[in-house]
Design a protein around this ligand. Structure first.
Ligand code: SAH
Ligand code: SF4
Length: 393
């Protein structure tokens, strides 16, 4: 097939590395453990106390700086110590069940986790760098009616290993484990930013999200700056201050409406923590400086939340908060009860916000040919499987 007739979408079945060890063989996975957790595990396995800190650092670096999955390759460790580790532990990341590459370079990974569940992670390249959108739960307890994930029940929280594992499998796929001793700057990395904007509400899985992000930020490993990690929440107010204190990453809020009446419908968590309460929590979010603005996400739904009055009310709400407004043209999905606002409407809305002094970029839809919107790949693959089952019976 010539390039001209090649399909724009590649569907590639990839298992980038050796299949992870089978669960249930009794060995403990080291991925996802905090540094203290790793140290405790190594001590328990018989590492002498006086060597524990050094061994923790060494194993940590092999896993998170060099991307090694096999203890035998940890050549800075004595052979019998490597054997001891492989008898007790595994280094397991989720399996990539399916990878799709869009004509615009967006890569979507369907990641299979224990229990036969699947979540998705999406890599969006931009100017030599790129952002990985990471999931935090299978499904979601919340029921925002415009969001496809909201139509799926919460199955379970992801573990820290499964969250940081999404970053690790994306690095596998991008071939981005640096050679020993090299430590590329964030700016020159293919995977330079993380957004917690995949499936699920990260602040309802706080501990695991925190541990995974701490691992991603650790300077001896993946080493991403906290300013390159953005956590998106629908507005779990009591956890917002904790996010600042315990993770320290940037914050995005799914705002989406400018009156409680409309937000109660679009983002039902608003009935518990209404707009005024949410804004108080955002005003109190520390480290607010111009380079660390809060992102207000605003999905543009035709005739629902996209009037000029909405734009003016939004400006009133965010006054005094270092903020930018990310306008997201609604990503339609089959059966969705809303339509995307027209281009002219979105431009006008963006203009009003911009004139008030706030950045108001309109998010360009990416990876539309591979359905890279929240929750879509998983449901598409489920539909395909159901169709196969129907065909078989
Ligand atoms: N649960 C968190 C993070 C995951 S959703 C949250 O709600 O913030 C990530 C972002 O995608 C949110 O702003 C969400 O409102 C938005 N989103 C979900 N479905 C969408 C759709 N179909 N079109 C456009 N944006 C959508
Ligand atoms: Fe859950 Fe966020 Fe989707 Fe709402 S928008 S249903 S909080 S994933």
């Amino acid at each position: 097939m010539t390039a001209a007739t090649a399909p724009i979408t590649q569907d590639v079945l990839t298992i980038p590395r050796k299949a992870p060890p089978k669960a249930g063989d009794g060995r403990v996975n080291l991925v996802g453990l905090t540094r203290d957790g790793l140290r405790a595990a190594l001590l328990e396995a018989g590492t002498p106390e006086r060597q524990a800190n050094m061994r923790t650092s060494q194993v940590w670096q092999w896993i998170y700086q060099k991307g090694v999955r096999d203890f035998a390759a940890m050549t800075s460790l004595a052979k019998d110590y490597r054997a001891l580790l492989s008898a007790r532990f595994v280094i397991a990341v989720p399996e990539v069940a399916r990878r799709q590459v869009s004509s615009d370079g967006t890569r979507k990974y369907l990641v299979r986790i224990d229990g036969g569940h699947e979540v998705e992670a999406v890599y969006i390249p931009e100017d030599g760098r790129g952002t990985l959108c990471v999931s935090s739960q299978v499904g979601c307890t919340l029921t925002c009616p415009f969001c496809h994930t909201g139509t799926q029940k919460l199955v379970r929280n992801l573990t820290a290993a499964e969250i940081v594992g999404q970053i690790m499998v994306a690095r596998d796929d991008l071939g981005e484990w640096p050679a020993p001793g090299r430590h590329p700057k964030d700016e020159t990395r293919l995977l330079s930013n993380i957004v917690l904007m995949g499936m699920g509400e990260p602040l309802y899985n706080f501990g695991n999200v925190r541990d995974a992000m701490k691992i991603a930020m650790d300077g001896e490993g993946i080493s991403l700056s906290r300013r390159r990690i953005t956590l998106s929440t629908s507005g779990v107010v009591p956890q917002i201050a904790r996010t600042a204190g315990e993770i320290g990453c940037l914050l995005a809020v799914s705002f989406h409406a400018t009156t409680d009446e409309v937000r109660d419908r679009l983002v039902p968590i608003n009935r518990r923590w209404p707009i005024a309460t949410l804004l108080d929590a955002l005003r109190a979010y520390p480290k607010l400086s111009n380079s660390e603005r809060i992102t207000f996400e605003y999905v543009m739904l035709d005739g629902v939340n996209d009037s000029d009055e909405d734009a003016y009310r939004l400006i009133e709400h965010i006054r005094g908060i270092p903020a930018k407004v990310n306008l997201i043209p609604f990503n339609e999905w089959p059966g969705a009860p809303y339509k995307r606002s027209g281009d002219a409407r979105i431009r006008r809305f963006a203009d009003i916000i911009h004139k008030a002094g706030y950045a108001s970029p309109v998010r360009t839809p990416r990876g539309e040919d591979i359905m890279a919107a929240c929750g879509q790949l998983k449901s598409a693959s489920e539909r395909a499987r159901k169709a196969v089952r129907r065909g078989a019976s």
